[in-house]
Design a protein around this ligand. Structure first.
Ligand code: HEC
Length: 142
């Protein structure tokens, strides 16, 4: 009796694991793919990013460097994570990685805002999982 119960339990557990392994990632991938045109950061976050940019980046950079068609096309079809990681790995120039992930994420939000990408209800995250699924694309040319 208890052996039978054990076997049933094992089969149940096995099928749960199979569902988790096969169904989970496949379902997540197709439904969570987004673009910067979908409103992936919040207005409040971009404001925080602007303040941090002002104290940490503006000394060496003008905002023109990070805006406009040239910037959008050069980052096109890469992910927000690529941009986030590139900034975190190299900036501020004199102390790469010196800010928190939240600060880097807010700065990226501010750069998205500068490029007139729409705001959304939710803030941009900090995890690779979140950011790698958001594609950068240039708005359609007029
Ligand atoms: C002390 C000066 C300094 C500060 C502060 C600084 N940067 Fe830079 N940044 C540079 C220099 C110099 C380069 C060019 C480095 C190179 O080409 O190797 C650069 C390059 C970059 C690039 C790459 C541009 C490209 O065309 O690939 C980005 C993006 C960037 N900075 C963003 C930032 C951000 C965001 C901050 C604030 C968190 C910041 N920087 C702070 C000096 C600075």
């Amino acid at each position: 009796m208890s052996r039978r119960f054990g076997r049933t339990f094992a089969i149940l557990l096995g099928s749960l694991l199979v569902t988790a392994f096969l169904g989970g990632p496949l379902a997540a991938q197709s439904s969570e793919e987004r673009s910067v045109l979908d409103g992936v950061y919040s207005a409040e976050q971009a404001e925080r990013g602007e303040a941090t940019y002002g104290s940490e980046c503006a000394l060496c950079h003008t905002t023109q460097e990070f805006t406009g068609r040239l910037f959008q096309l050069s980052w096109s079809n890469r992910s927000v994570h690529d941009l986030f990681r590139s900034i975190r790995n190299t900036m501020p120039f004199d102390r790469p990685g010196g800010l928190t992930d939240e600060q880097y994420s807010a700065i990226v939000s501010y750069l998205l805002k500068l490029n007139n990408y729409p705001t959304g209800d939710e803030a941009l995250g900090t995890s690779e999982e979140d950011l790698a699924n958001i594609r950068i694309e240039a708005p359609p040319s007029r």
